[in-house]
Design a protein around this ligand. Structure first.
Ligand code: TEU
Ligand code: CA
Length: 543
């Protein structure tokens, strides 16, 4: 496998709205990010994935773009954006832009043109169909945000298609003009000096509407090859596709080196294990055996071909320590364990803002305190279908996207130092205990654990390129594995439970000479016949 700069990189995702507000209007902004680049440098990351900062009416917090080549006023200006890129570059940090091209905002000038008349040259940039004879929608395809995927347009008397909110009309990727416009826009950003793209719901662009195929459509990979050739192909950028429907086989189509499509994709198989039948509003407990099987499968299947993205959470998902750890008694231990578990796997790790200080899910009392469009749409859809308010509030507490979107905790001052104004969404009330200032003043904090993990990845090629072999495969509470490269062998053990455990250690791993790389309780000095593990204990040792 040809080595790439992003193989040993660690990416940090910023959700700008919730990161840091520099002008006290209650909304995070680009100047806020610039003022924290030294903090990110201290953490050690190489790349920032910036959630959308483009001009947008903010129906979906910027994932509804009305101008791809302008910055939303509330986030700053194009000058600020250029300054962010310059300042990041000085610190060897690259900026990966979020590319949302499955759809635009209904305020994008292409859509304004398209909806103005049936024969407008932009009409075909979007997907229009006639009503059925009885006036109803062309078919019963559903939006991912709930309700029909078809919206009636009064003026031109046709329906248009939207897989997300009705203010996010889907682009028609069958139209070569759409492809060209998007490629031009991408090249404009590449020329500005960005480090790559995170491609939002990219597996939807090959859709065949009339056959009801949305994900993994027949033209998807040829579209990506064309995009690659027309834009980032020979530019050595990091490109990561968001692909909810990827299996390892599909992931290799995107990311195998001879395919010339993307660097890597985000797969969600490990995430949806806690959703009953794929429904996040029916959360179910984590089955660690299943979780291990999924992660092991991805490690094994992409061992020689393709590349994994490694993540536990993002701006759409609950906080990792609440979902997979213990966000109360063992918050610090379990946050470190989860970090160790992920950062010793093969692939490129992603850290979501606040993860590095162990931020937790929030549980607002009322629906009104939530701001997310998906949360509100599904509350309505589900309660109208008979689901109780109590059930929905429980599901929202577990899985609402706003768990990830409450503002970053910088210190214990009012609003956690995020803003001196009124924050656009309330803070998690635990900010006085969990914040950056206190993390930086404690050498044993979660923050410094992440810093060490990032350093270790740079220092040990075995973490980046080594083989992966699971250990204790049948165990219900422990995820353990060995990584090996050119005679260097690492052994990683993670207790995912709050129990004290005793395991029988296979003879081959018993040793009195080892080097403990990282741990979250005592330093490991030897491995004997019995392995005693404290709640959420984890370590990585070099055998
Ligand atoms: O997410 C795609 C997507 O499918 C999610 O909406 C997902 O179904 C849900 O949030 C799971 O919790 C991407 C972006 O990451 C998301 O923020 C956008 O809202 C969406 O696309 C539309 O652009
Ligand atoms: Ca602001």
């Amino acid at each position: 496998m040809e080595q790439k700069w992003w193989h040993d990189a660690v990416v940090y995702q910023i959700y700008p709205r919730s990161f840091l507000d520099s002008n006290n209007d209650g909304i995070g902004d680009l100047n806020g990010i610039i003022s924290k680049l030294d903090y990110l440098k201290l953490l050690g990351i190489n790349v920032i994935w910036l959630s959308p900062v483009y001009q947008s009416p903010m129906d979906d917090n910027g994932y509804d773009i009305s101008d791809y080549q302008a910055i939303a006023e509330e986030f700053g200006s194009m000058e600020d954006m250029k300054r962010l890129m310059d300042e990041a570059k000085k610190r060897d940090i690259k900026i990966v832009m979020d590319l949302v091209v499955n759809h635009t905002s209904d305020e994008h000038r292409w859509f304004e043109q398209a909806r103005s008349s049936k024969d407008n040259p932009y009409r075909d940039y979007y997907i229009w169909r006639d009503a059925k004879p009885d006036g109803s929608a062309p078919d019963d395809q559903q939006s991912i945000f709930g309700g029909s995927a078809w919206q009636w347009d009064e003026q031109t008397e046709q329906y248009y298609f939207h897989l997300f909110s009705k203010r996010q009309p889907d682009l028609n990727w069958e139209n070569p003009k759409v492809q060209e416009e998007v490629h031009q826009m991408m090249n404009w950003w590449i020329d500005l000096g960005i480090g790559g793209f995170r491609l939002d719901v990219i597996d939807l662009i090959g859709k065949e509407i009339d056959k009801g195929i949305t994900g993994n459509g027949p033209r998807l990979h040829s579209l990506l090859k064309q995009m690659n050739q027309a834009t980032f192909g020979n530019k050595d950028l990091l490109t990561v596709g968001e692909t909810w429907g990827a299996t390892p086989e599909i992931a290799k189509l995107y990311s195998a080196q001879d395919r010339d499509e993307l660097s890597m994709v985000f797969q969600f198989e490990h995430i949806t294990l806690t959703w009953e039948n794929g429904d996040k509003w029916n959360p179910i407990p984590l089955d660690l055996r299943e979780f291990k099987n999924v992660l092991t499968k991805w490690q094994v299947e992409l061992a020689d071909d393709g590349w994994n993205s490694l993540f536990w959470n993002n701006h759409d998902l609950p906080r990792l320590v609440s979902k997979y750890g213990d966000d109360k008694k063992y918050r610090v231990e379990s946050a470190k364990m989860l970090a160790t578990c992920l950062h010793f796997l093969k692939g490129t790790p992603y850290i979501y803002q606040g993860e590095e200080i162990g931020m937790t899910n929030v549980a607002f009392d009322t629906l009104e305190q939530y701001k997310d469009i998906e949360t509100h749409n599904f509350y309505k859809v589900k309660t109208e279908a008979g689901v109780t308010h109590e059930h929905m509030m429980g599901a929202i507490h577990e899985n609402s996207r706003d768990n990830a979107r409450t503002p970053m905790h910088w210190d214990n001052k009012p609003n956690g130092g995020f803003t001196e104004g009124t924050p656009w969404i309330e803070l998690n009330p635990n900010f006085p205990e969990i914040n950056v200032e206190s993390a930086l003043s404690d050498p044993n904090s979660i923050f410094f654990h992440y810093q060490k993990l990032i350093e270790l990845r740079k220092a040990h090629p075995v973490i980046v390129y080594g083989s992966f072999t699971p250990v204790f495969e049948e165990h219900d509470q422990v995820f353990a594995y060995v990584r090996e490269l050119d005679g260097e062998k690492l052994f990683v053990v993670c207790n995912f439970s709050n129990d004290n455990l005793t395991l029988d250690m296979p003879e081959q791993y018993q040793t009195q000479t080892l080097d403990c790389l990282i741990n979250n309780y005592q330093t490991i000095t030897e491995l004997s016949a019995k392995l005693e593990l404290a709640p959420y204990e984890s370590f990585a040792v070099k055998l």
